[in-house]
Design a binder for this molecule. Structure first.
Ligand code: PLP
Length: 414
């Protein structure tokens, strides 16, 4: 593949090689990222990228859709099987567009949306003012409790009753504990609201049966396919059959034209992988590794939001280290560890700086990391954050990181 690229476009091939080396030589700790299988990677570059297939299987607006129909039907049925869902739409280009379609299916502009505040771990699409969700809907938010840093379900129930939202959205981008979907169902029933669960971060854990499934309780479940689920970048919507036509119509033609058939083909592959026993072992190791990372960092004196993790991610509070999230992110990158700054609940710092750092184990686990390697990661983080201005010291850590990554080759032969 590289030789072909070299011949055709030296500039692009050099940039792609740079990115491959970056992924190979660094420790990928961004909780929302992962490494797809070689099969997913190959299928993303397949001839399906050439095909227009507006519409849905057997109801297309273009000729020549026989195989597009087959692949989309397969992707839908595998998605339904993984999550025991009645209906699946595999066309959303992203998690954000999946959420938009889900909202449009059950809300009009100006209706009330109740979501987890961005400042407490919610996603932009859960009602942030800078997102379409904050612009189109009347947004109310719930949050976490100041003491426990767990979702404040009393606050949720009070706001559900007070604001009578049309939609309550559960789900988060930076919450490390199990969400009680039963409490959300109760809140939705109290308000007469539609309950949408955005399981983007935890979809892989749910697929493996290691996190409670929202499917029995939610009216609509949305997801990305590229985080713990380890598929190509994209979105997914699941629901009961009674909402199928409404949701389908919001994805196409309301929000999208032609579906990305090469991505849908790659989703089919990833969904197939998610149905294997190896996938369950992988997700189990993701949790073991996250727990090990949390324990190691706590023992090294770092404060974790809510005291730790029950999922694939954790959120560090850096206030007692006199570092902002932005500084810590930059220091760790210098040392070869890739993370992201993140607001913590009740953060005194602005969004551009933050007091927190989000870490996750899905990508490192895909790479083959187990407890001993996670212990080394803890040492690297601890050492780097205690010498933020020591360029030489950070360089030495970077060399140790590279030595470790070489023992876990990424995409060998590519
Ligand atoms: N929902 C949640 C909970 C997320 O964390 C994210 C992405 O980080 C999204 C939705 C949006 O996904 P995308 O980046 O594919 O639009």
């Amino acid at each position: 593949m590289e030789t072909f690229l070299d011949d055709q476009d030296l500039q692009v091939s050099a940039i792609i090689k740079g990115e491959l080396d970056r992924q190979r030589q660094g420790l990928e700790l961004i909780a929302s990222e992962n490494f797809v299988s070689r099969m997913v990677l190959t299928v993303l570059g397949s001839v399906f990228t050439n095909k227009y297939a507006e519409g849905y299987p057997n109801q297309r607006y273009y000729a020549g859709c026989k195989f597009a129909d087959q692949i989309e039907t397969l992707a839908r049925s595998r998605a339904r099987k993984i999550f025991r869902a009645e209906y699946a739409n595999v066309q959303p280009h992203s998690g954000s567009s999946a959420n938009m379609a889900a909202y449009f299916a059950v809300m009009k502009p100006g209706d009330t949306l109740l979501g987890l505040s961005l400042a407490h771990g919610g996603h932009l699409t859960h009602g942030a003012q800078v997102s379409f969700s904050g612009r189109f809907f009347n947004v109310q938010t719930y949050g976490v409790h100041r003491d426990t840093e767990l979702i404040d379900y009393d606050d949720l129930l009070i706001k559900a009753e007070r604001y009578k939202p049309s939609v309550i959205v559960a789900g988060s981008s930076a919450y490390s504990r199990i969400i009680d979907f039963g409490k959300f169902r109760q809140a939705a029933d109290l308000a007469g609201a539609t309950l949408i669960v955005d399981m983007a971060h935890i979809a892989g854990l749910i697929a493996a049966g290691l996190y409670p499934s929202p499917l029995p309780l939610a009216d609509i479940v949305t997801s990305t396919t590229h985080k713990t689920l380890r598929g190509p970048r994209g979105g997914l919507i699941l629901a009961k059959n009674k909402l199928a036509r409404t949701i389908d119509a919001q994805v196409f033609p309301t929000l999208q034209g032609g579906p990305l058939m090469h991505v849908i083909a790659a989703k089919a592959v990833a969904f197939g992988e998610a149905l294997t026993a190896e996938f369950i072992d992988y997700q189990q190791q993701v949790l073991i590794n996250a727990n090990r990372l949390a324990t190691g960092l706590s023992e090294a004196g770092f404060r974790l939001i809510s005291g730790g993790t029950s999922t694939h991610l954790l959120l560090m509070d850096l206030r007692n280290k006199n570092l902002t999230g932005a500084q810590a992110e930059a220091v760790l990158e210098q040392a070869g560890l890739v993370t992201n700054k993140n607001v913590i609940p009740f953060d005194p710092q602005p969004f551009t700086q933050t007091s927190g750092l989000r870490l996750g184990t899905p990508a490192l686990t895909t790479r083959g990391f187990k407890e001993p390697e996670i212990d080394q990661v803890v040492e690297f983080i601890d050492e780097a954050l205690h010498k933020p201005n020591d360029d030489n010291g950070l360089k030495k850590i970077r060399h140790k990181v590279e030595a470790l990554t070489q023992k876990f080759p990424l995409y060998p032969g590519l």
